[in-house]
Design a protein. Structure first.
Length: 195
């Protein structure tokens, strides 16, 4: 399978997803712990899938891991830069298992890939033109940002990796910053470390 990502705001042609059959909120301090409306969850997810299909977006489903409660968040387990799929190195033990079925999918489809050595999740990666913003969070380290820059240089990709430090209670960079189109972004104020 050939893959390619020009930008995060271009036309989506295909995506890898996972049905949320095992989704749970494990944090007992969460106000939503044991309060998930699964009928609503499946209804909304089916509408999401149907909307993608109606817009001629090819859907690829990875195998469901019965022990992976957060597997629906497939952006976290990998990201694409040019024609390379980068497989994340997940920090949380309960999320590390999510990459198993993802790696199998990559292998079965002969996708050009690179596995991150340092802790990095795809939710901390924002690609814009020749810049890769990397959120330095509880789930992505500065060492991973440096590794990504080195790998891109070795692959002769002309990207500059820019680390972004932010309030790590927000989990990932894509929760507080997203590119809408060329020249436009959505940003949450007051959460960035101005180093």
């Amino acid at each position: 399978m050939k893959i390619y990502n020009v930008s995060q705001y271009g036309t989506l042609k295909s995506c890898i997803i996972c049905y949320p059959v095992n989704f749970k909120i494990n944090n007992k301090s969460s106000e939503y712990y044991n309060k998930i409306n699964y009928d609503l969850l499946y209804s909304q997810y089916n509408k999401f899938i149907n909307t993608l299909s109606k817009n001629n977006i090819s859907l690829y489903f990875i195998d469901i891991n019965k022990n992976a409660t957060q597997q629906v968040f497939t952006q976290d387990i990998g990201f694409v830069i040019n024609d390379v799929l980068f497989i994340s190195n997940m920090k949380e033990n309960d999320r590390k298992i999510e990459t198993d079925s993802f790696k199998s999918f990559v292998k079965e489809n002969n996708i050009k890939h690179y596995e991150m050595s340092n802790i990095m999740e795809g939710g901390d990666i924002i690609k814009y033109d020749n810049v890769i913003f990397v959120g330095i969070s509880d789930r992505t380290t500065i060492e991973a940002a440096n590794e990504l820059q080195e790998v891109l240089i070795n692959m002769n990709f002309k990207y500059k990796v820019i680390p972004i430090y932010f309030d790590t209670s927000k989990i990932h960079l894509d929760c507080v910053f997203n590119i809408l189109d060329k020249g436009s972004a959505v940003i949450s104020p007051y959460i960035y470390d101005k180093r």
